[in-house]
Design a protein around this ligand. Sequence first.
Ligand code: AMP
Length: 195
Amino acid sequence: MRLILLGPPGAGKGTQATRVAEKYGIPQLSTGDMLRVAVSAGSPIGLRAKAVMESGALVSDEIVQGIIDDRIGEPDAKSGFILDGFPRTLAQAEALDEMLARKGLKIDAAIELTVDAEKLVSRIINRAAEAKAAGRPVRKDDDPEIFRTRLAAYFRETAAVTPYYAAKGVLRFVDGMASIAEVAGAIDAILAPLE
Ligand code: AMP
């Protein structure tokens, strides 16, 4: 299964993608996670991406497309994957189709977690507080002001990806404001017939 999880930052894509990856035995490909690893490692890509990520803006299409092109060619992604945080622009969605078409592949489903944007801000404040209380590092871009920049980038650039997958007939919506278990159940109901 080749899946895409869409939705704004803080919608719960990471949580659900991790669960789907475990349940269906496919890798979770999160461009955000991969970029954070590159930043910590101080690699050339990390050095280029660091300041952009900290500001809450989007890293260039060229960088993330390169990361994904390499990653989907790895052996563990041969039988499927779930993309989390990619594509985030129309250009990325088109580039992904080209990468897959070269391998004779296509996306089976794009699931968008729908949200109430204002409630997301309080959700993200809680996420930062929970991480801090548990002694985990708090993401710099989970600061409420920067989070608003990320949300604005989503509505300006990423929202255009939704109609792209709708036109392909693979888009499904799930209420991302429901509980984690309810969201999981709704996603599984969509995926069951695809297995
Ligand atoms: P995330 O963990 O998915 O919220 O991503 C954290 C940050 O990484 C984003 O705010 C962007 O700066 C960058 N990023 C992650 N994925 C992408 C992408 N597909 N396109 C551009 N920037 C991205």
